[in-house]
Design a protein around this ligand. Structure first.
Ligand SMILES: Cc1ncc(COP(=O)(O)O)c(C=O)c1O
Length: 410
């Protein structure tokens, strides 16, 4: 078997690497800490998915739809129900007018799946894709599988975590087929602006490239309406937007979302998809359609994250961090300290966010996700699991208490 593997996954060296990846290192540190502190409570601020179930009315809709014989078979590229609900949702929630549900929307088995399929429609060997870092790498990984290359655009605080489009070298731009964006952003929590999206459309037209806007956190905003890339004049000529029920409706395990926008790119996505999967169960698609027609569900989820975010920002700032509440998502991205001085005066120096994250797990039983791609930052997620509202305050108080005997240096 060993000699059969493709080069893209390591060829005959596949599986032999001793490298341990970030999330595995976090898991191992948590396991080791629990072994040292049996019965201790790890406060998990590293989780990238909702802490609660889908709303009961959505679950009820799934149950009734699952009993309908006409929903039992292969869904292929879907029926009209989700497509129409998606077009209504884009208009009502995101002020995107004129999306044709027949030709400009297609469901996905989650945004991750769509991001893994779209490169097949766009990337030939030697083509470039512009990806933001830190970020969600799936499109770039698959682009590389097809012989493409990734050019990374760093997201820095000084530019409000928006990429500097004019920093891409001309020789890269000539070979670039796609720009992948994600706002509200994982992990920075940053949101885009209308002006930035306007620049993106002009950039895409000038350099003849497709825009893939991953809007997995689109509806999780803390004030006002979600900002859709598709609301930008000309956006439909250059790109598509990916929406997902995972985070907006607490439906990560259900695996459903949709791709909307440029008709030809939606069609190409459909062709690739048709040759890759047989569609998400129609009962799930119909339950998601029900959710899209009830955007107040997302509003109440976002309200919860907003409330928790206020609490976490306060607690972290008391501990010396410089935390600023983002406008959306459930991620709080803060600069990692360079050193910590404990109550006994002992000073610990950190060379990376990774080291801070490991230290927080082992010393304080607090789990975060470190990012060292563009500066050293920690991602705190407000999706920690609690029993009720009182427990939420208890957890926030516990974080404050655990950090109270440390002085961080930045
Ligand atoms: C930026 C981003 N895009 C896409 C996804 C995947 O979403 P889905 O559950 O719709 O596949 C995630 C999940 O963490 C994400 O953070």
């Amino acid at each position: 078997m060993q000699n059969l593997f493709a080069d893209r996954i390591g060829g005959n060296q596949y599986g032999k690497s001793q490298a341990i990846y970030k999330f595995e290192r976090i898991k191992r540190a948590k396991r080791a800490t629990m072994a040292l502190h049996p019965g201790g409570e790890i406060i998990d601020l590293g989780v990238g998915e909702p802490d609660e179930m889908a709303f009961p009315e959505v679950v009820k809709k799934l149950c009734s739809e699952a009993q309908m014989p006409e929903n039992r078979g292969y869904a292929d590229n879907g029926d009209a129900v989700l497509k129409q609900a998606a077009a209504r949702y884009l208009e009502r929630v995101c002020d995107v007018k004129g999306i044709n549900p027949e030709t400009e929307v297609l469901h996905s088995i989650g945004s991750k799946s769509a991001l893994s399929l779209l490169p097949a429609a766009l990337i030939n060997p030697g083509d470039y894709v512009l990806m933001t870092i830190p970020g969600y790498p799936v499109f770039g990984t698959h682009a590389k599988y097809y012989g493409g290359a990734v050019y990374n655009l760093p997201l820095n605080e000084t530019n409000h975590y928006l990429p500097k489009l004019n920093s891409v070298p001309a020789d890269v731009l000539r070979k670039t087929k796609a720009l992948v964006l994600n706002y509200p952003n994982n992990p920075t929590g940053a949101t885009a602006t209308r002006e930035f999206f306007g620049e993106v459309v002009a950039f895409a037209k000038q350099h003849k490239l497709a825009v893939i806007h991953d809007a997995a956190y689109a509806a999780l905003v803390f004030s006002g309406k979600p900002l859709s890339f598709l609301a930008t004049p000309g956006a439909k000529e250059v790109g598509v937007e990916l929406h997902s029920a995972s985070k907006s409706f607490n439906m990560t395990g259900w695996r459903c979302g949709f791709v909307a926008g440029n008709e030809l790119l939606v069609k190409a996505y459909g062709d690739i998809k048709d040759n890759s999967d047989s569609g998400q169960f129609l009962a799930i698609q119909h339950a998601v359609a029900y959710g899209l027609d009830h955007p107040e569900i997302t509003v109440s989820i976002a309200d919860k994250y907003s409330r928790r975010m206020n609490g976490l920002v306060e607690v972290l700032n008391k501990a010396g961090f410089n935390a600023k509440k983002p406008k959306g998502s459930f991620f709080l991205y803060v600069k990692a300290p360079r050193a910590a001085i404990k109550a006994d005066g002992k000073r610990v120096e950190f060379k990376s966010a990774e080291e801070v994250s490991q230290w927080l797990i082992t010393e304080k039983l607090i789990s975060t996700v470190p990012w060292d791609d563009a500066g050293a930052y920690l991602r705190f997620s407000v999706t920690f699991v609690v029993k009720n509202f009182a427990d939420e305050n208890r957890v926030l108080g516990e974080i404050e208490q655990r950090l109270s005997d440390v002085k961080f240096e930045f």
